[in-house]
Design a binder for this molecule. Structure first.
Ligand code: SF4
Ligand code: SF4
Length: 70
């Protein structure tokens, strides 16, 4: 069961991959779809594994991830 939920503000994502690298549960992945700036934005590939730790949100230099505790 997921203990957290994330929402990516896709227009802010620059596809840097920090959040993917630092998520302790391998929840995130760079997607195939691009935003209006041409960046492939992040999505939750394994949403059920999210623990709501918010590391991804803190790591993102562009404030592109909101984290909610469930
Ligand atoms: S809140 Fe934690 S577990 Fe969930 S996606 Fe972000 S870094 Fe991963
Ligand atoms: S850290 Fe932020 S900008 Fe970088 S890939 Fe993740 S959501 Fe996108």
């Amino acid at each position: 069961m997921a203990k957290g939920k994330i929402e990516v503000i896709k227009e802010r994502c620059k596809s840097c991959g920090y959040c993917v690298k630092y998520c302790p549960k391998q929840v995130l992945a760079i997607g195939k779809e691009v935003n209006s700036k041409g960046y492939e934005y992040v999505y939750a590939a394994n949403p059920d594994d999210c623990i709501g730790c918010a590391i991804c949100g803190r790591m993102c230099p562009d404030g592109a991830i909101d984290v909610y505790k469930l």
